[in-house]
Design a protein around this ligand. Structure first.
Ligand SMILES: *[C@@H]1O[C@H](CO)[C@@H](O)[C@H](O)[C@H]1NC(C)=O
Ligand SMILES: *[C@@H]1O[C@H](CO)[C@@H](O)[C@H](O)[C@H]1NC(C)=O
Length: 420
């Protein structure tokens, strides 16, 4: 039996004490140097945005307060997002549970920060016939109280909200936000403005969303057969969108299962395309149609997912052209779609910052007027098929997707379920 030796015990205690104290000292040192660095940054910025009336110390104090406040806000939003993403609350379940049939539509709405355009999309969805049987997934890349308030008022459909945890809003000065760096293979990083965080976010957000919806979201991941329709704020839908969606799903199932996607959105607003006997076409997805209004099912998803590397490594920040690229490389050389020439998703032109006198309300009015003028040709009763012969899709890549960190984050979403 070991003998208790007080001297040895004291020595062990001293060793532990020293280790403990030096750990604390090191942490304090790190904290102090962080604060020093922040103060240095602030002082450095002083020349840029000092106002005449504030003293130097006031300025520094105000900036530190600012930074602390931003940090607190981010932490606060992060914890809310975590709770919402984990709870996965489906709202309005009184409208019935999700059924896996042609009348039950799953709609994913990519929501950014524009409250006005988003409110217009909601108004149009509300008037869509059949919306009460739909299930809407709002996927946000921006946490906004006013947008959340709009969503809380929704009574017309079942819905769930999910929040992209790697948004620029939550990472203002570090990757995936703006860190002013560009990294190539092997994490060789240099100061550069070559990376556009907004552009990169649009592909990351979509890829994260589609992975979560098909594979990780509890309500949808176990449903074998369903088709997801993608919309975005800035879109405005027609009252017959779900009726036409169902029609195209049926036509695809019975004749054209080789078509990977369904497309409800065309670029052109063509009055003559809305007829009771409508044209339905099979064509190559060239990129000349709008990417909102694209829909695909789990089968296409599985095929896309098994080619994630093609998607994540393709140097194009547009998710739709990255998807077409996968089609080109791995499927039959193209992505085939079944489409309708009379668009059911209308994109509202946003007012540019330099557009003086441009009024959002007028743009929306124009769209509503267009929809009224084609009302008689909606809810088509029959269809004729046509194969549209067009050239292969344009293979030039738009770029803004070269940073190795973006490629890796994209692949990370493929292999991990990331909720916070
Ligand atoms: C300094 O001037 C700005 C406007 O130039 C004003 O908003 C601010 O309140 C002033 N600060 C103080 C401390 O007077
Ligand atoms: C979702 O599914 C996971 C794994 O089955 C489970 O641990 C979790 O509690 C579920 N979450 C909700 C909100 O149902």
């Amino acid at each position: 039996m070991p003998i208790f030796r007080p001297q040895r015990f004291v020595r062990v205690c001293i060793v532990f004490f020293v280790i403990f104290m030096s750990t604390i000292c090191f942490k304090v040192y790190l904290k102090v140097s962080l604060i020093k660095k922040q103060t240095r940054d602030i002082i450095y910025n002083y020349q840029d945005d000092v106002s005449d009336n504030s003293t130097y110390t006031d300025y520094v104090a105000a900036r530190i307060k600012d930074k602390m406040q931003t940090m607190r806000q981010i932490l606060n939003i992060k914890s809310q997002i975590k709770n919402i993403n984990l709870a996965q609350t489906v709202h309005n379940t009184r409208l019935g549970h999700f059924k896996s049939n042609l009348d039950s539509h799953v709609i994913v709405v990519l929501v950014h920060s524009d409250t006005y355009y988003f409110s217009q999309l909601l108004l149009s969805l509300k008037t869509a016939i059949g919306i009460k049987d739909a299930f809407i997934i709002f996927s946000h890349d921006y946490f906004s109280e006013s947008i959340n308030a709009l969503i809380r008022n929704i009574k017309f459909a079942k819905y769930i909200q999910i929040f992209f945890p790697y948004s620029i809003q939550l990472h203002p000065n570090v990757f995936p936000g703006t860190d002013g760096q560009h990294c190539s293979e092997g994490y060789v990083c240099k100061k550069s403005k070559a990376r556009d965080p907004e552009a990169a976010q649009s592909k990351q957000h979509w890829w994260w969303t589609v992975n979560q919806v098909f594979d990780n979201l509890n309500v949808t991941r176990s449903i074998k057969q369903f088709t997801v329709l993608f919309l975005e704020d800035g879109d405005f839908v027609t009252p017959d969108i779900l009726y036409v969606f169902k029609l195209l799903k049926k036509v695809r199932l019975s004749h054209f299962t080789f078509c990977e996607v369904i497309n409800l959105g065309a670029y052109d607003l063509d009055l003559s395309s809305y007829t009771k006997k409508t044209l339905v076409s099979v064509e190559i997805w060239t990129g000349r149609s709008y990417r909102s209004g694209i829909a695909f099912d789990r089968q296409t998803w599985n095929s896309l997912k098994s080619n994630s590397e093609e998607f994540c490594n393709h140097n194009d920040y547009n998710w739709d052209s990255s998807l077409r690229h996968v089609g080109f490389k791995k499927w039959d050389g193209n992505v085939y779609m079944i489409a309708i020439p009379g668009t059911r998703v209308i994109h509202i032109d946003k007012c540019g910052r330099t557009d003086d006198g441009c009024q959002e309300e007028l743009k929306v009015k124009e769209v509503k007027k267009f929809i009224r003028s084609v009302r008689k040709g909606m809810f088509p009763r029959s269809y004729v098929m046509a194969a549209n012969k067009v050239e292969d899709f344009d293979r030039t890549a738009a770029g803004f997707w070269e940073d190795v960190r973006d490629k890796e984050l994209c692949m990370y979403f493929t292999t991990h379920s990331v909720w916070y």
